[in-house]
Design a protein around this ligand. Structure first.
Ligand code: P6P
Length: 337
């Protein structure tokens, strides 16, 4: 954020004071962001209650991805949809949990909201960090009826992107296109308070994150990169690496934003027709904007994810993001084949 704002400023005041690229945040976007983040505060309370209010375990239903929904997936989706209904500038919503976009009001307005309401839900029942990932686009034609194609914009066109990680702290990371700022939920005031401005990802790292159990299925460039990390100081990288895998993208990416690293969920031959596991529109794109805004890089192996032209609301993508030196090396290995 170009204009420094006092630490511990509540999110609602930050949004009013913020001037990304020198211009104030439009009022419609301000109200959408405040409603969205306020709903995540409510969701944080629900997540923290867990078994005490009987919301753990499977909902017994499936989502558009063909995945079993956890009760909290459904609760989070319903809460977020309800929480932004009053935002006059919001035209529509796209969610991991529903097939088609959802018009808000008459389906007209300046903005489109996309989210994965609760990412990492396989971790819910074992009390490991999970999170909400969100992306906001401008509606191409504010006054025409909502269509799916309105959402199919390259990630670089996002006007805002972020996540809330429900972990030891409930922390919001957000970019309005002018750097990445962090807020932590204050239990006393119930407000998200600014704790850090201008997050910067270190260019180099000794930490990689990938699900190693899939190693035999990866493409050669990814295998080469990881094998070289594992070879350590006596190998071509001439340094030892550490590995992390939380199996919750929000938590893994928060660690990368906080102390550098590289996070990978690459294409693998288990389902060769699928480009990857993670979804482009409401997982990879928002995370990629955050990472690039913090000085890192995010690719599908060949191209910057933010430059990819989407063809489907729920399309998947191969993801390699984080410290610039590492992502550049992976990109070079893909170019060499
Ligand atoms: P795996 C969670 O289900 C998720 O979509 C991401 O949050 C996470 O990075 C990934 O899947 C974990 O996948 O195959 O390791 O369980």
């Amino acid at each position: 954020m170009a204009n420094p704002i006092q630490l511990k400023t509540p999110f609602r005041n930050y949004v009013e004071q913020a001037k990304p690229q020198g211009a104030a945040v439009p009022e419609g976007l301000q109200s959408l962001l405040i409603a969205l983040v306020g709903t995540c505060r409510t969701l944080s309370d629900e997540v923290a209650q867990g078994a005490l209010i009987g919301i753990l375990g499977s909902a017994g239903t499936g989502n558009v991805q063909g995945e079993v929904q956890q009760k909290l997936d459904v609760i989070a989706n319903d809460l977020l949809i309800e929480g932004v209904q009053g935002c006059a500038a919001l035209a529509g919503i796209a969610s991991e949990e529903i097939e088609e976009p959802l018009p808000v009001g008459k389906g007209v307005g300046d903005y489109l909201l996309l989210f994965d309401p609760l990412d990492g839900s396989s971790n819910i029942d074992v009390n490991v960090s999970i999170g909400t990932i969100f992306s906001i686009l401008q509606k191409p034609n504010p006054n025409t009826p909502l269509t799916t194609s309105d959402f199919l914009q390259e990630g670089r066109k996002q006007v805002a992107a972020g996540y809330v990680v429900y972990g030891p702290q409930t922390t919001l990371a957000i970019t309005l296109g002018d750097g990445v700022d962090l807020f932590t939920l204050d239990a006393v005031s119930g407000e998200f308070l600014l704790i850090k401005q201008g997050i910067a990802i270190s260019a180099s790292t000794k930490e990689f994150a990938i699900n190693m159990s899939n190693m035999r299925h990866w493409a050669a460039p990814v295998k080469r990169y990881v094998e070289e990390c594992l070879a350590g100081v006596s190998g071509p990288r001439q340094k030892d690496f550490n590995m992390r895998w939380i199996a919750s993208m929000v938590a893994d990416v928060h660690r990368v934003l906080s102390r550098g690293g590289i996070f990978m969920y690459p294409w693998d031959q288990r389902e060769p027709g699928k480009p990857g596991k993670l979804r482009l529109m409401y997982e990879a794109n928002p995370m990629s904007l955050l990472v690039e805004q913090a000085g890192g890089q995010s690719i599908n192996g060949v191209d910057a994810i933010l430059d990819l032209k989407p063809h489907g609301l729920h399309e998947r993508v191969s993801v390699m993001l984080g410290s610039a030196e590492e992502v550049s090396l992976l990109r070079a290995y893909h170019a060499q084949g």
